[in-house]
Design a protein around this ligand. Sequence first.
Ligand code: ASP
Length: 341
Amino acid sequence: MKRRTFIKSGIMLGAASSAIPNISFARNSDKIKPVVISSGNGQRATAKAMEMINNGSDALDAVIAGVNIIEDDPEDNSVGLGGLPNEDGIVELDACCMHGPTHNAGAVASLRNIKNPSKVARLVMERTDHVLIVGDGALRFAKAHGFKEEELLTDHSRKIWLKWKENLNKDDDWFSPSDENSADIESTTGTISCCAVDLAGNISGVTTTSGLSFKIPGRVGDSPIIGAGLYVDNEVGACGTTGRGEENLKNLSCLLAVEFMRMGDSPEEACLKVCKRIVRNAKIKSLLKENGKPNFNVTFYAVNKSGAYGCASIYGPKKFALHDSQKNQVLDSAYLFNKMK
Ligand code: ASP
């Protein structure tokens, strides 16, 4: 279809319906088990998303509203406002979303000064012919849609970065911090991923992050890459991930998890199999401890079409948030290696 024809038909569609076409598969609503799964920092996201799903929302609306709570929270140093910055002290955010019923996706990477990259990713999906927009282009796109720029580095995240910076090299001109004024250097990874099955049996997901802290400016991880940081197939299920993005990029881990589910694995089995694949493929020295095991972790959060869920990590147990429409809980993941040993 020529682009102009496509735009025209898009306008007609827009006039007739809301931004998301109401495509759903005929299902026996008695059998549909809505479910929302998220990373361990996502219990407020799963609560919000399930509340919206119970009120009839599409899973995509629900998961994005859920993760927006964490993106807006200056206390969560892994995403959005207050996310840990790159090595220059600048916060760069990555996010993607995928809508099962339309099999459509949108993403942004290295987005600065906008605290809700998940919302911008959704607009890339709904308002452009593209899937991924990065850097300055992503910022300009967000501003075109009315997003306001703001400083995303909080005092707390600045102090964590400064301590890292001052401790980098004992021979440079930055003195190591005197401890009363510096923050602890917290973990260098963190993200929120959230996937859901709604009352119509439709599946969507979102992953949003400030990425690896103190990264090389411009570094993009797995979180905004469809197939690596998130994948949804409305006929099968969805999987999102947190942890070392580079290994998810090299293994297209979330796509793999959904394909394992397609072949009959439960969500937990699929997540464990992806962990095993990543371990098997981690061959280079810089990824391995002396005992030959990986020196990084990844965690997968998956749901399938019938509302079953599973979570697994290489080292665990890791916490994950799960709302099964009865209870909103934080549970322990399955894992390959006990993190305590
Ligand atoms: N996966 C994210 C990234 O590599 C970080 C994380 O989840 O901790 O950017």
